[in-house]
Write a protein that binds this ligand. Structure first.
Ligand SMILES: [Zn+2]
Length: 453
């Protein structure tokens, strides 16, 4: 492949409770936000060691963890072990944390760094909804179980608590590689101080009604400063919750929010999301990062191959190719996908390898990836190209049963146990979709459906 430039940073995004790199563990979960941690506590460290080993071997630079600090899997000591192991293996672990929401720095447990506990003791620091009552965000099944208090972004006492918590965590975990900081994407505080502050900061809230660039401007610069003073090489990743094309306040050069955010150090990362734009095909190779943001580093993240987009462990090579290509042509330096599933799941393994490959070769095609990377894993060029076609049959489950004899022939012709495992995995994975499709069809149509080959 001829080199055309590359995306320098390849990143995994994970929730602690649904990250499953060790197989056959009781209590594993496959979805959720705000869930309890339900595996045995020690599995947390082992899961992430496996993820780090894979990252080291496959060019993934960093793993972000939501829920890294929680009592349910060992708190500070377990986090130190994971971060230390990663650092020894050349991989960076960073904390993904809400600042005003999502439990704060200490995701769950009886810690002095828990936002829930702080707001319980200091209810005057809570956000207010339109009725002026203290605001709680409720996560309900299947996406969690919590009812969590939300902080007011205008509260000075809360601001100081967050800064002290960040400072302490980077002090207590010297190998912590950074933090993805979030202001919250499910609310805006409707207290008088916040309404006045947002009006004067002009952060473009009218375009993004559930999040606020003015709130980001009120805390991201100070948070970045505290983190980098304590840990100069730490990554500070500012979550934007949006695609840069959907954030039009960049066009207002007099916005005080923009001025505050663009005054941050140039080594800060800004993180964007692209699922909707990729799905709707509304992000093109002509689009560029907004001029005021070009001096920073940037990561474009997506939810391919997860319960959020496409289905967990589904093959997303083409989507990852487009994510990398358009990130590259937009002037972005990094890409992120979910890294929760073990590479035992052949589709997940290939997605991860696709992230590394297309980050290094952003203008390459799927055929290049099949020949350069998939071929030795799947029994040759021809089977690799075929895997790309068969691997997405979950989208057309009525075709799966007819493909099974081809799976049998392919598997029968192979001698490499790992290639056999990957093909067997795909056959079994797809069969679950055929099974469900046929059960539902039979329920809807009686016994008259002929599923024979
Ligand atoms: Zn407020």
């Amino acid at each position: 492949m001829k080199k055309s430039g590359e995306l320098r940073y390849k990143v995994f995004w994970t929730w602690d409770h649904s990250t499953n790199w060790c197989m056959n563990q009781p209590g594993k979960q496959n979805t959720g936000v705000g869930n309890l941690y339900t595996k045995k506590p020690g599995v947390f460290v082992e899961d992430y060691k496996r993820a780090v080993d894979f990252c080291q071997a496959n060019g993934i630079d960093a793993v972000g963890i939501v829920g890294m600090l929680r009592d349910g899997h060992g708190g500070l000591e377990a986090a130190r072990r994971v971060c230390g192991y990663a650092r020894e293996h050349g991989v960076r672990i960073y904390l993904i944390t809400g600042l005003f929401s999502y439990g704060g720095i200490w995701y769950e447990g009886d810690s002095e760094f828990s936002l829930d506990r702080f707001l319980q003791k200091n209810p005057e620091c809570m956000a207010r909804w339109v009725d002026r009552e203290p605001f709680y965000w409720t996560f309900s099944n299947p996406h969690g179980h919590k009812r969590q208090p939300i902080g007011c972004p205008s509260s000075k006492a809360l601001h100081n608590f967050i800064m002290d918590s960040l400072d302490y965590v980077f002090h207590a975990i010297p190998d912590l590689g950074g933090a993805q900081i979030e202001s919250g994407d499910s609310f805006i505080c409707m207290c008088d101080a916040c309404r006045e502050r947002r009006a004067s900061m002009r952060g473009g809230e009218e375009q993004l009604p559930l999040t606020s660039m003015s709130d980001m401007a009120a805390i991201y610069p100070d948070a970045a400063d505290v983190i980098t003073r304590r840990s100069p090489d730490a990554w500070v990743i500012c979550e934007s919750y949006t695609h840069f094309l959907d954030c039009r306040f960049f066009n207002d050069p007099t916005s005080p929010a923009l001025k505050a955010l663009t005054g941050m150090p140039e080594n800060v990362f800004w993180q964007w999301t692209c699922d909707k734009r990729l799905r709707e095909n509304t992000w093109t190779e002509k689009d560029r990062l907004p001029e005021p943001m070009r001096k920073f580093r940037h990561i474009m993240r997506a939810h391919h191959g997860t319960q959020w987009v496409g289905g967990r462990h589904t093959l997303a090579v083409d989507e990852i190719r487009r994510q990398c290509r358009l990130s590259y042509t937009s002037g972005i330096q990094g890409v992120s996908i979910f890294g929760e599933g073990s590479d035992f799941h052949a589709n997940a393994e290939l997605n991860y390898k696709a992230l590394n490959y297309f980050a290094k070769h952003p203008m390459a095609g799927n055929e290049d990836f099949a020949k350069d990377v998939m071929s030795p894993l799947l029994g040759g060029d021809e089977p690799a190209l075929r895997y790309l076609e068969l691997g997405v049959l979950n989208k057309t489950p009525e075709k799966i049963r007819k493909s099974m004899p081809e799976f049998a022939r392919t598997i029968g012709s192979l001698r490499d146990p790992d290639a056999i495992r990957r093909w067997t995995y795909l056959a079994s994975f797809l069969s679950t979709f055929a099974w469900e499709y046929e059960k539902k069809a039979a329920q809807n149509n009686g016994d008259n459906v002929d599923f024979n080959i």
